[in-house]
Design a protein around this ligand. Structure first.
Ligand SMILES: [Zn+2]
Ligand SMILES: [Zn+2]
Length: 95
């Protein structure tokens, strides 16, 4: 998997942080990992909450998993993936 932040290197590092009570994790390359360590929580939040592999803070399901199975793990997933779901729902309804 390519680093979703810089799109230049393999995402080999896992970063995890709790920001405002939400557990946020992502996979990034070594350079971005080092950057993430020195980020304040707001920067971190924007960096990882906008990633395609963002995860539901309640059940931990990632958007990648969801898009493969099209099953939500819990009611909170809908809220978590709301923005990503909208175009998906449109394309499902269009069929
Ligand atoms: Zn990177
Ligand atoms: Zn969930």
């Amino acid at each position: 998997m390519l680093c979703p932040v810089c799109h230049k290197a393999q995402a080999s590092e896992k970063v995890e942080k709790i920001v405002d009570g939400r557990f946020i994790e992502g996979h990034v390359c070594r350079d971005c990992y080092i950057k993430a360590l020195s980020m304040d929580k707001r920067e971190y939040y924007y960096m990882f909450v906008t990633l395609p592999d963002k995860a539901c803070p309640v059940c931990g399901r990632t958007f990648g998993e969801f898009s493969e199975s099209l099953l939500l793990g819990c009611p909170h997933c809908y809220k978590t993936f709301e923005q990503e779901l909208l175009p998906l729902v449109d394309s499902i309804q269009a069929k």
